[in-house]
Design a binder for this molecule. Structure first.
Ligand code: GTP
Length: 257
C-alpha cells in the first residue's frame, strides 16, 4: 500500500499497518449502516470496504505464496548441499570397500604429517596387504578375490577408531594413519588385525579359503624429512614382514635402514 495512504491511516486511527486497515474497515461498515448516511454514500462506502477486503485477502494470498516459495527454495538448497556432500564423499571413497581411496588418503597423510610436526603428537602409519593374493584369485576366481578384499576391509573398519584414516591403497593393499598412536600401539593394532583376519574362516562353496595379511608399521619420527619418506619406512617394514615369512607385523624401527 502506498506510503502516503499508510501515513494518513496512522494519523486517523493511531494504529499501524494491518491494525490500521482493520480499524478503517470496521469504521466504514459501521457508518455505512447508519440511517444518517445517504443511500448512495452507503453503497459507495460498502464498495470501498469490499475493495479493501479483497486487496487485503489477495495480499495475504501472495504473502503465503512467497512463504511457500521461500520454503521450497530453502529445501532445494539443503538438497543441493546434501548432494554436494555425497559427491565429495564418493570422490574420496573406494567403490568396492567404501574405505577412503588412495588419492584422498594421501592428502590426509600430508595433513597428519604437518599436524604431528606442529603439535608433537605421536602418529603412526600402518600398511598391509593380503598374502599370496594372486593364488587366491587364480585358485578361486576373481569374484572370490574381491570378496576377500571386502572382508579384510570390514576387519579394518571394525577394528579402527573413529579418528583413524583407513584406505584401500590399491589392489589388495591397505593403509591406515593412526593419530595419537605410537609404534607400540600401532604394532598392537596390527597384530589384532592380523589375528582377526586369520580367524575369519571364509569359504567358497565347499572349499575353505584361508588367507592372512602382512603388516608394516612406522611411527613418525623427527628424522623423517617428509610424509613420502614416512610411507617408505612403513613400506620397508611391510617388505620385512613378507620376507620373514608373511602373516606377521613388523616395525619400521627394527628394519635395517
Ligand atoms: N580380485 C581382485 N584381485 C586384485 C584386485 N586388485 C589387484 N588384484 C590382484 O592381486 C594380485 C596381487 O599379486 P601380488 O602383487 O603378486 O601379491 P601377492 O600374490 O599377494 O603376493 P605377496 O604380496 O607377496 O604375498 C594380482 O594378481 C592382482 O591382479 C582386485 O580389486 N580384485
Amino acid at each position: 500500500m502506498n506510503r502516503l495512504l499508510l501515513r494518513q491511516l496512522k494519523r486517523a486511527t493511531q494504529l499501524e499497518g494491518e491494525a490500521a486497515v482493520e480499524r478503517l474497515l470496521a469504521e466504514l461498515k459501521l457508518r455505512a449502516r447508519t440511517e444518517s448516511f445517504p443511500s448512495d454514500m452507503n453503497r459507495f462506502l460498502l464498495g470501498v470496504g469490499e475493495l479493501l477486503e479483497r486487496v487485503s485477502a489477495s495480499y495475504d494470498h501472495h504473502e503465503r505464496d512467497v512463504e511457500l516459495h521461500s520454503l521450497s527454495l530453502a529445501l532445494s538448497s539443503e538438497e543441493l548441499e546434501a548432494a554436494q556432500r555425497e559427491l565429495l564423499r564418493l570422490s574420496r571413497s573406494d567403490r568396492m570397500t567404501q574405505l577412503w581411496n588412495r588419492g584422498y588418503w594421501q592428502e590426509r597423510l600430508q595433513e597428519e604429517f604437518q599436524r604431528a610436526r606442529r603439535f608433537g603428537q605421536p602418529v603412526s602409519l600402518l600398511i598391509f596387504d593380503i598374502d599370496h593374493f594372486k593364488r587366491i584369485n587364480d585358485q578361486y576366481g576373481h569374484p572370490v578375490g574381491d570378496q576377500v578384499i571386502c572382508l579384510v576391509a570390514d576387519v579394518l573398519r571394525t577394528c579402527s577408531r573413529q579418528v583413524d584414516i583407513c584406505a584401500r591403497y590399491g589392489g589388495e593393499e591397505f593403509a591406515a594413519i593412526l593419530p595419537g598412536t605410537n609404534e607400540d600401539g600401532a604394532f598392537h593394532f596390527g597384530e589384532s588385525l592380523r589375528l582377526k583376519t586369520e580367524a575369519l574362516g571364509f569359504s567358497a562353496g565347499e572349499q575353505a579359503v584361508p588367507f592372512t595379511i602382512s603388516i608394516g608399521v612406522a611411527e613418525l619420527d623427527d628424522s623423517f624429512p617428509d610424509a613420502g619418506n614416512w610411507l617408505v619406512r612403513a613400506d620397508h617394514a611391510l617388505y620385512d614382514a613378507k620376507r620373514s615369512g608373511r602373516n606377521r607385523t613388523c616395525r619400521s624401527s627394527q628394519s635395517p635402514r
